[in-house]
Design a protein. Structure first.
Ligand SMILES: *Cc1c(COP(=O)(O)O)cnc(C)c1O
Length: 378
């Protein structure tokens, strides 16, 4: 085995339990888009539901349909997806009883065509743009969208199951846009309710809002990063501060060990030169596996009981570590990142080394790295 991502499903279940406790009577939607942020959508969705998550959420309808195809039926969990383009797949989504997010008037006719073709009503959630400026309907389009949805509901074609929105700066507690978005969201809800809609779930909170802003919890929180045990607000608190434990560890086997003289260049561009006679270890992971090239000469690994730094450039399939005077053998384990409690770096450490966020570190671990699921934390 060259390398593998170990997925600690017991940690994921514990994280869901911690989030449930935090939100009290609100439900938890387990966000499993992008293959559960690289952790594997199907096993993570199952573990999250077993731990009491009551909804699943994905970006694309294809991701949501894959959950249904794996046997997670409407009786087990409603599934919301939110990133639609005119090509759908609208009919498949209606047939699979997905919750379809409608972010603009353009989408409603597609849903209604699918309802007539499939012969059953659709579950629809309306999304308001309360300031993020990404998806969702602007305030000036909201009353018309609400009225059209209510009319379709009155005809028995759809059921409006939710009204929701998304924060821009929840990871910066105290940012003025956060309260402005909450106010705008409450206004959007009032307009929807005045038009006669009675959504089952009202939701706006992502992981950072779930952890830092209780008044954002409403009926449901949509948590991605936090359930994978990473902190969306690393300046405010570590995972442990929030009762969370990182779910993914990335490990590899040393592929080559060799002595080299002082002054030897290392990896493309020869940006690293050995400061003395030393031992180099080759780690068989590269940017094709999601190791950021931006972490060249900065990324940390745990090898032979020490924290060490990538020597020179990260290549497509491999990078090098300078061991100084230490001894390592081919086949020894390198921990690229893990929970951090045995001294190893964390995904957050890699994010800092690469100038990005931990979301990107775990999500980009490539398909070439097999995932191994640990039920008991082992
Ligand atoms: C990704 C996403 C989430 C989850 O965000 P986290 O910060 O990872 O909790 C919630 N809602 C929407 C709309 C998203 O796209």
């Amino acid at each position: 085995m060259r390398a593998e991502a170990l997925i600690d499903l017991a940690a994921l279940r514990g994280n869901i339990a911690a989030l449930r406790e935090r939100v009290g009577s609100a439900g938890v939607m387990s966000v499993v888009k992008a293959d559960a942020y690289g952790h594997g959508a199907i096993p993570c969705a199952r573990a999250a539901l077993a731990a009491g998550a009551s909804w699943l959420g994905t970006a694309t309808p294809e991701e949501a349909l894959a959950l249904r195809a794996a046997g997670i039926g409407p009786d087990q969990a409603p599934v919301l997806c939110w990133l639609w383009t005119p090509g759908g797949p609208w009919r498949e989504a209606v047939a699979a009883d997905l919750d379809i997010t409608v972010s603009g008037l353009w989408a409603l006719p597609h849903v209604l065509d699918a309802v007539r073709a499939v012969g059953r009503p659709a579950r629809v959630q309306l999304k308001a743009d309360t300031g993020l400026g990404r998806n969702g309907a602007q305030p000036h389009d909201w009353p018309e969208l609400v009225a059209a949805a209510r009319a379709a509901e009155a005809e028995g074609l759809i059921k409006v199951t939710g009204v929701w929105s998304h924060f821009a700066c929840a990871d910066e507690p105290g940012h003025p846009s956060v309260t402005a978005q909450l106010d705008a969201y409450r206004s959007a809800l009032e307009i929807a309710e005045a038009a006669g809609l009675r959504p089952e779930v009202r939701h706006i909170a992502n992981s950072p809002a779930t952890l830092t802003l209780p008044e954002s919890h409403f009926d449901l929180v949509r948590t991605g990063l936090a359930q994978y045990g990473l902190s969306p607000v690393p300046e405010v608190g570590s995972p442990a501060d929030f009762g969370l434990r990182p779910v993914m560890s990335l490990v590899a086997r040393v592929a080559q060990v060799k002595r080299v003289p002082r002054g030897h260049g290392v990896s493309y561009g020869l940006t690293y030169t050995t400061p003395g006679e030393t031992t180099l270890a080759l780690v068989p992971l590269g940017y094709a596996d999601g190791i950021p090239r931006h972490a060249s000469s900065t990324g940390p690994v745990w090898l032979a009981d020490k924290w060490r730094t990538v020597a020179g450039r990260v290549a497509m399939d491999q990078f090098v570590v300078d061991l100084g005077g230490d001894a390592v053998e081919v086949g020894d384990q390198v921990v690229v990142f893990g929970p951090g409690d045995r001294g190893e770096p964390t995904a957050e450490d890699w994010a800092r080394a690469a100038g990005t966020i931990s979301y990107e570190i775990v999500t980009r671990i490539g398909a070439r790295v097999p995932r191994r699921y640990l039920e008991d934390g082992g």
